[in-house]
Design a protein around this ligand. Structure first.
Ligand code: ADP
Ligand code: MG
Length: 230
């Protein structure tokens, strides 16, 4: 397992607080993290410590109160929303605990949509969707709708959709949180394989230490800071 010296994502001195009663809840208090191209990082921390908050800020889905998110060399905090949205579409893939696939569309169509939004032809998008889904072991499920797939299959489609536009960074928020251990292992295997094969960088929040052990690196959140686990 190896990765590049180039930096894909850099989180610098991130702060995030939420109002709570008459005071504030300090969730991120200067969190730093550097993720290299092709590197996978497991984020293992108890519930309520700020994993989702950190991933949402890293994925430009939410604004930090202070600090900076760099994609490659590029700072993003000061960019207009339109540009943040563009970066999010092109450079970032997000996988949630629940798949959020569109129920009326087939597996292949769910993976085609983000590509077509980016401007690819239906034909090109369809070809890449089939290729990705086949790679993830779903070659026989292209026309199935999400409701006709198992939980593990749904998550693999969600992963295919997240990487359909070949993002720089994949952010996954407890992607196997709803799955049984065997299915989790399968989905995680698919994720790691994809990271290895494509040079994608990934931050994956998980409670599963066995799965975290398969990533290049493990970190946790402690008192609002990112701390290396080994
Ligand atoms: P995790 O993903 O590690 O479980 P979260 O990032 O979801 O943690 O949340 C961290 C803490 O911040 C929790 O205590 C949560 O209740 C609080 N929190 C998250 N989002 C908000 C919000 N929009 N407003 C107020 N509090 C929030
Ligand atoms: Mg969470």
């Amino acid at each position: 397992m190896s990765y590049s010296a180039n930096v894909a994502l850099r989180l610098e001195a991130l702060e995030r607080r939420y109002p709570q009663g008459s005071g504030t809840l300090d969730i991120l208090q200067g969190a730093n993290l550097v993720v290299h191209e092709g590197q996978s990082v497991a984020l293992v921390a108890p519930s309520g410590t700020g994993k989702s908050t950190l991933l949402h800020i890293a994925g430009l889905l939410e604004h930090q109160d202070a600090g900076e998110v760099y994609l490659g060399e590029r700072p993003t905090a000061g960019l207009p929303d339109s540009e943040r949205t563009r970066i999010r579409r092109l450079d970032i893939g997000f996988v949630y605990q629940f798949h959020h696939l569109l129920p009326e569309f087939s597996a292949a169509e769910n993976v085609m949509l983000p590509q077509m939004i980016r401007g690819l032809s239906k034909k090109e998008a369809s070809r890449r969707a089939a290729e990705l889904l086949t790679y993830l072991g779903l070659g026989q499920r292209l026309k199935h709708r999400p409701g006709e797939l198992s939980g593990g299959e749904q998550q693999r489609v969600a992963i295919a959709r997240a990487v359909a536009n070949a993002p720089r960074v994949l952010l996954a928020d407890e992607p196997t949180g709803n799955l049984d251990p065997r299915t989790s292992a399968h989905v995680f295997g698919a994720l790691s394989q994809l990271v290895e094969a494509t040079g994608l960088s990934a931050i994956i929040a998980t409670h599963n230490l066995d799965l975290a052990a398969q990533m290049h690196r493990r970190v946790t959140l402690r008192d609002g800071l990112i701390v290396e686990l080994d």
